[in-house]
Design a protein around this ligand. Structure first.
Ligand code: GDP
Ligand code: MG
Length: 835
């Protein structure tokens, strides 16, 4: 029977996990191992994915993935597959005997003596996603990193320092991993950090509320023989669930100090640091060995002998215990295989290894990878059986909220209600402070305008710098409010549920449920939306998602639509607007499928997502989160946007033509003399001067660099029916979409303020032969062009920052602009054929 066939509410036992590679490995690590009890709890509203309880925590799994897991309804059935279960009595004494065969089990750890005299301790925080590493890191080092009740929040490592009892600690917050296999970038990163940075002590943060699964990583660290302290975090949750844990006994079983902590309240942190100092001071560490059972131990021993025969010099530089190398090689770890391949005796070692793998398969009737995983879980289960009491109560709070938010009928409406509130708050509420900021910027501009002498410097400060900076900070209120909501969703645990219910729909375009939130946020502003993609674990999904976010029509494009729709098709305004939004979504979906079929063929990780218990977010964590993101927005986006606005200002302002200016001044002077001699009234004078100023502005724009560029690209834009003015407006819209309107304001009316008159002008605009510039086809093509080509420089910078790839950002520019051109071309040309 397959796990996917398990009815809601039923229990079964896992007998086998099929599939291969990273996919299968991840399932095993997450606790889907032979003999384990699994319960189907709930279907998502669209029947996929499914929520399962395993090892006392909850995960979601797609139906297509659950098919890979074979189950049996009978406990005994599964148990009989379980060879040599390891009981607590077997260790640690047994393991000590095992060690008598000569392999080393005492390693004095490498320490930089120079650093030692300064009493500095390098500490690395390691643990599963969501175990509370960042919380502890922030508390201990006084930093403000973002925590979240949602997997994959910390993507890169952060460093902080603190002093305690005369020691200086350097803390590193590493990305969360479920194991140290070499499959995901995070796992490789963490492993590399341990081997290359050689932290003096590792703090393994373990979530006590899902101890069994969390301790899997611990077993891998034990194999690596690194000095370590375990922080049993979330101890409050363990106690609330009515269980008791004899952590002292467990600690002596595995010979690693364990300190219970409650990261949220800072309990246990000083003790944790003291334990770290103790471990640091030990000259030699005693490491237990995970007993892998008769068959595997035999193979490990044979591999060790094989390595001994080639001499330890060959692998001494790897900084790993020999036992670890042998275990990983038997497991088929790609990183170790690569290292071995570089050895002169590689053939000898690989042929021996392959023989042993066949031997293991034959005797245990399962592949070595599962055999090792099972043994590790057996080791943990044995230890916990004696020390951790069974869970007596399930958290009613989490159960109740989950029945509501993932309900067949209520789930979606509730989610959309939440999104609607989030949107209204972000963009409606955000409009007030936005207005204040705009007002402030304007006052500042006026202040400078009235107090500086005319000239390029004044224009640079007023239009380039103040205008540019203003354009950046007006979005700040929106971003702050948006992140208030996102922080709440992430920290409470709701974000994981949103991904859970949306997964089936997103899967249709080859994405993950987690991609939905960034896409929705894109309707507000693409920049924070692209930044939000970092919560997507899978790299390929992350890259695709950030690439398609720009097709979500952001709020800056709305004013452009509104201007054109109200000028040309006021009677169908809402229909056209809706159509534009829908078309953007369509393009995003098609693009995602296309990328999935070409650049990112395979999803490297399965959709096993932890559904953490709901936790009330603390005010501090929400404020930290908001602050973090907002300042990041200012820091990262501010610079490039400022530069872009200055460049575009420069291109529009220069070259200045003094002769032409003088000619216009002369004309105005002429009119002034006419008025002085009463030939015309003062109203007539005003009109005439305004007319001249308009011509002056237009002619200046036309002759400026940007005007020249516009004319230069006009041949390219001609097939779309666009003249040079439209081209220039689109060009300046690269800085930000609102600029399209102000540029058109200047080009078409000489007055960027008056929108009423701009609408009229647009309708009246015609070529010298009298035919109108804005035919229905040109308007349609223009609106689509604005929708599709990349929203602004800031979003491109954001893509570059998040993907760590200039090429990807550049590709986004080319793809979106090319596509915009192509679609506008189709509309104009095909339309002309038909009409
Ligand atoms: P990380 O992924 O390991 O960095 O985990 P985080 O530090 O982001 O924490 C995950 C969630 O657990 C956050 O919502 C924290 O507020 C919460 N949390 C952290 N420590 C504790 C704790 O000891 N008890 C409880 N109940 N919650 C905690
Ligand atoms: Mg973290």
């Amino acid at each position: 029977m397959r796990l996917s066939e398990l009815q809601t509410g039923q229990k079964a036992y896992i007998t086998k996990v099929n599939g291969s590679g990273a996919f299968r490995k991840r399932l095993l690590e997450m606790g889907f191992v032979r003999g384990e009890e699994v319960k189907s709890i709930l279907n998502a509203p669209l029947k996929d994915p499914i929520k399962y309880a395993i090892m006392e925590y909850e995960v979601s799994l797609r139906r297509s993935e659950a098919v890979m897991i074979e189950i049996s309804m009978l406990a005994g059935d599964a148990q009989k597959y379980r060879e040599e279960p390891i009981s607590a009595e077997q260790y640690p004494s047994d393991t000590d005997e095992d060690n008598n065969d000569g392999t080393e089990h005492r390693i004095s750890h490498h320490r930089n003596d120079g650093l030692h005299s300064e009493k500095r301790i390098k500490v690395a925080l390691l643990g599963n996603p969501n175990s509370g590493k960042t919380t502890i890191f922030n508390l201990a080092s006084g930093a403000h990193e973002h925590v979240g009740n949602y997997g994959g929040v910390t993507v890169d490592s952060k460093e902080g320092t603190l002093r305690h009892n005369g020691y200086k600690f350097t803390l590193v917050d590493l990305p969360g991993t479920y194991s140290l296999s070499a499959y995901t970038p995070e796992e490789l990163f963490v492993r590399k950090h341990i081997l290359e940075e050689k932290p003096d002590v590792i703090v393994n943060v373990v979530s006590a509320s899902a101890a069994e699964r969390n301790l899997y990583l611990t077993t891998e660290l034990i194999d690596l023989q690194v000095p370590m302290v375990i922080a049993m975090n979330m101890y409050d949750e363990l106690e609330e669930s009515g269980r008791t844990f004899d952590h002292e006994t467990f600690s002596s079983l595995i010979n690693i100090p364990i300190v219970p902590t409650v990261g949220k309240r800072g309990e246990g942190i000083p003790r944790l640091l003291e334990k770290v100092i103790e471990v640091y001071k030990e000259e030699e560490h005693d490491y237990v060995q995970i007993p892998y059972g008769r068959v595997l131990e035999k193979s490990i021993g044979i591999m060790e002998r094989e390595f001994n025969s080639i001499g330890s010099a060959a692998y001494a530089g790897w900084n790993m215990p020999l036992r670890y190398i042998c275990i990983k090689l038997l497991e088929g770890d790609s990183d170790i295989e690569k290292r071995v391949r570089a050895l002169a005796q590689q053939e000898q070692i690989f042929s021996r290894r392959d023989k042993e793998r066949v031997y293991i398969e034959k005797l245990l009737r399962e592949d070595p990878e599962s055999a090792f995983t099972n043994a590790r879980y057996g080791f943990i289960a044995g230890g916990l059986k004696e020390t951790l009491t069974e869970k007596t109560l399930f958290s009613d709070k989490t159960k109740l909220i989950d029945t509501l938010v993932t309900h067949k009928y209520i789930g979606f409406p509730l989610f959309f209600l939440f999104l609607w509130v989030m949107f209204e708050a972000t963009f409606r509420l955000g409009n007030y402070p936005m207005g204040w900021i705009e007002w402030l910027v304007e006052q500042l501009g006026n202040l400078v305008r009235n107090n500086m002498s005319e000239g390029p410097l004044k224009a640079l400060i007023v239009d380039g710098i103040i205008g540019g900076v203003g354009g950046v900070i007006v979005f700040l209120p929106n971003i702050v409010i948006l992140y208030l909501f996102i922080a709440f969703m992430e920290d409470s645990g709701y974000m994981a549920r949103a991904a859970f219910i949306m997964d089936k729909l997103m899967h249709r375009i080859g994405l993950h449920g987690k991609s939905f939130i960034p896409l929705i946020m894109g309707f507000g502003c693409n920049v924070p939306a692209i930044m939000a993609t970092r919560t997507i674990e899978s790299r390929s999904s992350r890259m695709i998602t950030m690439f398609i976010v720009p097709f979500m029509s952001c709020s800056a494009r709305l004013p452009v639509y509104i201007l054109f729709v109200s000028a040309f098709v006021p009677q169908y305004a809402s229909l056209v607007l809706l159509g534009l939004y829908a078309f953007g979504i369509l393009i995003a979906a098609v693009t995602a499928r296309l990328l999935r079929k070409t650049a990112f063929k395979e999803e490297e990780t399965p959709f096993v997502m932890e559904l953490p218990p709901y936790r009330m977010p603390t005010r501090k964590s929400i404020v930290t989160h908001m602050w973090d993101r907002s300042s990041q927005y200012l820091r990262k986006m501010g610079g490039p946007i400022l530069v872009a606005s200055i460049v575009i200002w420069f291109l529009g302002y220069f070259p200045q033509n003094e002769e032409r200016d003088a000619a216009f001044d002369q004309e105005i002077a002429l009119i002034d003399t006419q008025q002085a001699s009463n030939e015309i009234s003062s109203e007539e004078r005003e009109d005439l001067v305004a007319e001249i100023e308009h011509i002056r502005n237009t002619s200046h724009q036309e002759n400026s660099y940007i005007g020249n560029i516009g004319k230069f690209i006009e041949p390219v834009m001609r097939p779309l029916g666009f003249d040079w003015k439209i081209s220039v407006s689109l060009l300046s819209g690269m800085a930000a979409k609102e600029i399209v309107i102000s540029t058109m304001g200047v080009l078409y009316t000489g007055d960027s303020e008056n929108q009423q008159s701009l609408q009229h002008r647009l309708r009246a605009e015609s070529y010298s032969n009298g035919s109108p510039v804005f035919t229905p086809l040109v308007v349609a093509g223009f609106l689509l062009f604005v929708l599709i080509y990349f929203p602004c420089v800031a979003s491109i910078v954001a893509i570059k920052e998040e993907s760590h790839s200039w090429q990807w950002a550049l590709f986004s520019v080319l793809y979106s602009t090319g596509l915009a051109w192509f679609i506008a071309f189709l509309v104009y040309q095909v339309g002309n054929l038909l009409i």
